[in-house]
Ligand binder design. Sequence first.
Ligand code: GDP
Length: 431
Amino acid sequence: VPTVAVVGRPNVGKSTLVNRILGRRAAVVQDEPGVTRDRIAYDAEWAGKQFSLVDTGGWDPDADGMAKSIAYQAELAMRTADVIVFVVDSRVGPTDADEAAVKILRSTQKPVVLVANKVDSERQESEVHDLWSLGLGEPFPISALHGRNSGDLLDKIVWAFPEVPTGKLKERGPRRIALVGRPNVGKSSLLNRIAGEDRAVVDNVAGTTVDPVDSLVEIDGEDWILVDTAGLRKRVKFASGTEYYAALRTEAAVEAAEVALVLLDASEPISEQDQRVLTQVVESGRALVLAFNKWDLVDEDRRYYLEKEIDRELGQVSWAPRVNVSALTGRAVEKVARSLRVALQGWGQRITTGELNQWISTLQAATPHPTRSGKAPKVIYATQAAAEPPRFILFTNAPFEKQYLKFIQRKLREDFGFPGTPIELVVKPRE
Ligand code: GDP
């Protein structure tokens, strides 16, 4: 959903406006400027459109000067919001701090709505003309306290939302899989098991481009595109520099895919070469499913040791779904599709800004970051900046320790899942 950030000096009426938009007294209104609030993002709706409303007033200016603090707010809004609502007190007129924010806001491509607050009557509307000098276009006069013009303002805000690209709403074609793994783990065998020896390599799929090297296959009643399978079919094996070419080929296949199906040989120890393939996949940011092949060769003993090896060696991908298959017997091959779906779902998963901020403030209240020189570093605002793979930005008041980030990441997975996908956490400490 689009994010709307409300920016402005303390006491211009940001929280009152946020309350007005939410239609309830959810945001805490403070009389003294500069009081930090934990929860600053809310899920809101107007004219049937959902959006996330962010009250940046929580950004405490106690440490810095007012102008610096508001400049930071503006920057934060520019980076994370789709629409910026810049609130000015019409009774005071533009101040130096307002000018500082405007300087930054002018450089953004994003729509900025200039709101002149505290216009409680029509007579006062003439006073807003001063605000034209800010260079943000026409000031929109409202009274957040009395609700004057607030409906019109909301119309203006939701009209400014970026168009959802229609292509994204269209159903996608078949999802793209890269079948990778070190030589001899059984890639060609599995491909043949899934696709059959003589299935056409190139198919015409509506709305999707299929490369001549790709195959359209059906697994568990669903169409999938297996990328770069020509090499597997032709059993291209290089005499020298095998690993180098294999790595290049893996990279190309993974880049062209959405999800990597990494095949390992369950009958043999997990090797360094397996690890290198896995690292390649994790670094590519694609979804990942692990398939242990040659399961027909696995007896009780081997199974016991394999589980130990997995615990010991595969920590970097402990979040990946796992299937035990046999290309030889066809065991559990249809289960591969289910795991691929799970991984793709985790890869594309999104948490709303409101939900995320609520979650993180609860988490921090229960388990705060270890204090450093008497203060606990804190996430002030968090947002999921991207999906496929999920990427989170944490705006903090100080640098974070690796351990605590790992903790947040672990909790994210515990509470929201994100199976089959790497997660990226980016920390942006102020200054
Ligand atoms: P690739 O290099 O990864 O494509 O591996 P191949 O498909 O060429 O397989 C390597 C060897 O493992 C061949 O001798 C296959 O017959 C054998 N193989 C592949 N899958 C299985 C399996 O599920 N069980 C057993 N026992 N052997 C397999």
